[in-house]
Every structure is written in C-alpha cells, then in structure tokens.
Write a new protein. Sequence first.
Length: 48
Amino acid sequence: MVKKTRATPAKKHMTKENFYPNKMGLLVAAVAVTLLVLICAMTISGRY
C-alpha cells in the first residue's frame, strides 16, 4: 500500500515530464546555462 501511494506522485511527475520531451528539456537547460555563463562573462568584463 505504501509503495502504491508513493508511486502515484511519481506517475504524476512522469506525465508532467512527458509533456515536455526529454530532448527539449536538455536543450532548454543547455541554453539557460550558456546564457548564464554569457551574462556572468559580460558582467565580469564590464567590471574590469
């Protein structure tokens, strides 16, 4: 019973993840990281 109740939220999470493909999520994450790095580099260059 405990395992079943535990699996329900996981299933909900999976459906939410399936809504956005894994490949798309990875792409978005990569773009976000690159943007953050670029912003950090710009701020550092602006300070110096």
